[in-house]
Design a protein around this ligand. Sequence first.
Ligand SMILES: Nc1nc2c(ncn2[C@@H]2O[C@H](COP(=O)(O)OP(=O)(O)O)[C@@H](O)[C@H]2O)c(=O)[nH]1
Ligand SMILES: [Mg+2]
Length: 407
Amino acid sequence: MFNKLKNKLKEALSVFSKKTEEEAEKKEEVVEEPIKEEPAEAEPKEEKATEEETPVEETPKEEPVEEKPKEETLEEPQPEIKEEEVEEKAPEPEPETPTPKEEVKETKEEPPKEEKAGFFKKIKQTITTKTISEEKFDKLFWDLELLLLENNVSVEVIEKIKQDLKLELVDKPLPRDVLKKIQETLTKTLTEILSLDPIDLINKIKQKDNKPFIIAIFGINGSGKTTTVAKLSHLFQQNGLKTVLAASDTFRAAAIQQLEEHAQKLNTRIIKHDYGSDAAAVAFDAIKYAQKNKLDVVLIDTAGRLHSNTNLMDELKKLVRVTNPDLKVFIGESITGNDCIEQAKKFQEIINIDAAILTKADIDEKGGAPLSISYTIKKPILYLGVGQEYSQLEEFNAQTILKRLGF
Ligand SMILES: Nc1nc2c(ncn2[C@@H]2O[C@H](COP(=O)(O)OP(=O)(O)O)[C@@H](O)[C@H]2O)c(=O)[nH]1
Ligand SMILES: [Mg+2]
């Protein structure tokens, strides 16, 4: 599951981080730090008395700075003054003008002069930082972008990943371990994307006062609705909940029979009407039956609708109006990637779904749909269908997905 994306992503991230390091621009900065010399007799006045000392405006810091990490020592470079100039006449420092590099090189290797100069001496050091510009970042990200697109990751999610990485990398001193930084940022972004409003379904059902809890299942033909209805019933029954299945796919000849077979195997109830009858009426009857028999959950299986078919979509709207489900679930095939996300958007527009279940994740090597659907429709994924057995319904968990992707 998701192996292709995992391997390609690993490779691409490594290349991306290497190139980022290679293409980053070096920036050299000279910083001058006052260093406390000896903790001996403090005679701060001596400093001023020394002619050769570069005039400085800042007051020396109190604490010892010998061990300061480089980043922290980044300060305004002090104006550099050549010794000869100083001897002629102490010039006015010009704080706005940074020292030209050549000059820095001349003076930076000099040992701190005048041992006796005073309580503080100054150390000049050149600090090299590397930064990557936005333009270069965009260029380098392109390969990663293509890879994500090829693996069904939605444009919205790619954009989010890009912006988050940009915030961490562009125009900032690059960290020592760029790859680690990229991986950490990506992990954070994906965790955020995958953890959107999780629903603890079993608890939610148990906590509902006036039973039954009504779940309506939507999605196009062949996406796995009927199978998922059966899997959900199995899961609920294992958790001590009583179910009834509503055969509201009255559209296809074999649909009612298929659900009946599941009901038999699962030893649960089914409410059915004839082929071609009103889907909403079947669901309504199932709810009445559940109320009368004190059942916990009604699972409404619906006919696969081409999301472009307005009439059929109107029927689904009617079913929603009549049954007022507690949860409207979109079923999409993980392997169909962006198609599945487009369908979800459409169902979202028309019946405002509450959550998604992605089926056939077991045969999805890309994994882009599970990564993208929540962020795109702003609704959580409840489960992944990971096979044809009843038990092959996996609770959706961000950490499990990240692990599968190699994070
Ligand atoms: N590998 C795999 N196959 C699945 C999964 N869910 C459903 N299927 C298969 O997909 C096909 C269509 O499923 P079905 O439930 O009839 O889809 P419906 O038309 O939406 O009701 C069937 O052959 C199922 O066995 C899954 O999670 N993994
Ligand atoms: Mg079906």
